[in-house]
Write a protein that binds this ligand. Structure first.
Ligand SMILES: Nc1ncnc2c1ncn2[C@@H]1O[C@H](COP(=O)(O)OP(=O)(O)OP(=O)(O)O)[C@@H](O)[C@H]1O
Ligand SMILES: [Mg+2]
Length: 332
């Protein structure tokens, strides 16, 4: 047993957590154990919409009126993810991808439905068993790379010696050993995201939630990070739920790619990507699944969005972000 394995084992016994999957990658690689179960997840926001020439009260001088409505973002969504599975989520802007991740992360608590992680109902609050990584890593700028990664372990009151061993293991995994004592402002965007990944992994989450983690990076850096994330996934066998706007990225990375549709406020279709890794982005199967998803998604990216057709024009301060993208540009 390596020292890190031993360290994690001891800590797990103390903190009552599952053992680190670094040590049993092969054993659980083909496990069909369900790590995440989402049952009938529904989420709605209240909003105002402007109706022209309505007979409603609150009619303004221009003849328009404001009525309250319920914007259903997720409507009885069901999803099951097995241990070690890498699931990617795509869908047009505003379809509810971040909402779903925030619900799982315990950041968004106003939803109905049931979520089980490793067989237990989750608390409606953030927890180290499910950690979310955003587009911007949200690192602490006053701490070094080492200290950022160590932070959660300190909070968990892990001893200094053991913290060091765990942190060094994960810094090595994300290939930042020589930057251990650099500050955040001295890192590139890709390096920052690798720190964010290491910082999440040291806490041994049962699921890693990634909300467009590479969206702010240039194409070259993104491709390098694909390779690194694939290696990290292979070594840790973490269950990953990964949101992206880039369909090609979703297919190249995932064991399964899921399309969320704002029309049905849920999963429209999913594609199993049964291809060994590492994968070439332009592999014929990747291309054909990417094209199939683009085809499937076309109607969702038309200029007249489902949101507008269903709900009219939003007129609250929390204006929905309905920026539209061309699915064709996804192949870039
Ligand atoms: N606080 C809020 N109040 C009202 N509506 C909201 C609020 N937060 C999100 N929404 C709406 O919920 C819907 C889903 O938002 P969400 O952020 O989950 O979309 P998304 O799929 O992640 O989009 P993007 O790809 O742009 O990140 C959107 O229509 C958005 O306007
Ligand atoms: Mg989002």
């Amino acid at each position: 047993m390596s020292s890190v394995e031993m360290v994690r084992g001891e800590e797990d016994a103390r903190t009552n957590k599952v053992t680190d999957t670094d040590t049993n990658t092969n054993a659980s690689k083909n496990s069909e154990k369900e790590m995440v179960i989402l049952e009938n997840i529904s989420k709605a926001y209240n909003g105002n919409k402007t109706n022209r020439n309505s007979s409603n009260v609150n009619t303004s001088r221009s003849g328009s009126s404001t009525v309250l409505f319920e914007h259903i973002v997720l409507d009885n969504l069901n999803l099951r993810i097995t241990e070690g599975e890498f699931v990617t989520i795509v869908g047009p802007s505003g379809c509810g991808k971040s909402t779903l991740l925030n619900i799982l992360a315990g950041i968004d608590t106003s939803y109905t439905g049931k979520i089980l992680i490793d067989g237990a109902s989750i608390k409606r609050s953030p927890d180290t068993d499910r950690i979310i990584i955003f587009q911007e890593g949200a690192l602490f700028p006053w701490l070094t790379v080492y200290e950022n990664i160590e932070f959660g372990l300190k909070i968990a009151k892990i001893s200094k010696e053991k913290r060091r061993e765990i942190v060094m293991h994960y810094i090595d995994l994300v290939q930042l050993t020589s930057f251990a004592h650099a500050f955040v402002h001295q890192l590139s965007g890709g390096m920052k995201q690798r720190v964010a990944i290491a910082r999440a992994l040291v806490l041994n989450p049962k699921i890693l939630l990634m909300d467009e983690p590479f969206a702010a990076l240039d194409v070259q850096t993104r491709r390098m990070l694909y390779d690194q994330l694939v290696k990290i996934h292979e070594k840790t066998n973490k269950t990953i739920l990964f949101v992206t706007h880039n369909i090609n990225e979703a297919v190249a990375l995932g064991d399964r790619a899921i399309i969320i549709s704002p029309k049905i406020a849920g999963i429209k279709k999913e594609f199993k990507i049964d291809l060994p890794r590492p994968r070439q982005l332009d592999h014929p199967l990747i291309n054909s699944i990417t094209n199939a998803i683009i085809e499937e998604s076309k109607e969702m990216y038309t200029s007249n969005s489902y949101f507008t057709s269903r709900y009219g024009n939003y007129s609250t301060e929390s204006k929905p972000d309905l920026e539209l993208e061309s699915p064709q540009s996804q192949l870039a």
